[in-house]
Design a protein around this ligand. Structure first.
Ligand SMILES: [Zn+2]
Length: 195
């Protein structure tokens, strides 16, 4: 038995060395030559093939996207403050005392922004879009709002361990940050969007 991955749906499965008549346990795709890759003990050529399946978003590219998104969110909050007045954010009882509206906004706004954009057909926030990145599941497919939310709140974990969870995006095999690993997500090049 060897472990292989169907290149159509990305499902890993154990098979006898595949024959053209074998089909994928998940999608039924015919596992003929070139439509699967070996996971366990694969050869050098197959390892190169795996690298070609996805171009992952590296640390600095993702960091640049994050900075863009942060600036954009700050801008939106600034506009809201201009429209509604600064009393919208600061209570009258004293300087620095934030209103409930501000607390709700500071949690809700980024969450909805990241999770809705990354689970939409765009599959990316404005920052990721600008840097040519999309978020996907482990087989390169669009993720649900629920999974995108899990990924978003996973960033709290990535952050509280001194940001090491974020730095992991530069160190792990598939360029996964801790919140990507928790939510079974990848950040990959947008060229894979229509594959
Ligand atoms: Zn399959």
């Amino acid at each position: 038995m060897i472990e292989i991955r169907c290149l159509k749906c990305g499902t890993n499965q154990e098979v006898e060395p595949p024959q053209p008549n074998d089909s994928c346990i998940n999608c039924g795709h015919n596992l003929s030559k070139g439509s699967w890759m070996r996971i366990s003990g694969y050869s050098k050529t197959e390892a190169i093939v795996e690298k070609l399946i996805f171009t992952y978003g590296g640390f600095w590219r993702r960091f640049a996207a994050y900075v863009l998104d942060s600036v954009l969110l700050q801008f939106v909050i600034y506009i809201l403050a201009l429209v509604f007045g600064f009393g919208f954010f600061l209570s009258e009882s004293g300087f620095g005392e934030l209103t409930a509206m501000w607390i709700i906004l500071s949690i809700l706004l980024p969450w909805i922004y990241f999770a809705a954009m990354e689970s939409s057909d765009t599959r990316a926030t404005v920052g990721k879009l600008a840097l040519g990145l999309i978020v996907s599941d482990l087989s390169g497919k669009q993720i649900s709002f629920g999974r995108a939310s899990g990924r978003y709140f996973g960033k709290i974990l990535s952050g509280i361990i001194l940001g090491i969870g974020f730095i992991m995006a530069g160190l792990t095999d598939k360029k996964q940050a801790l919140h990507d690993i928790i939510s079974d997500c990848l950040v990959i090049d947008s060229k894979h969007k229509n594959e």
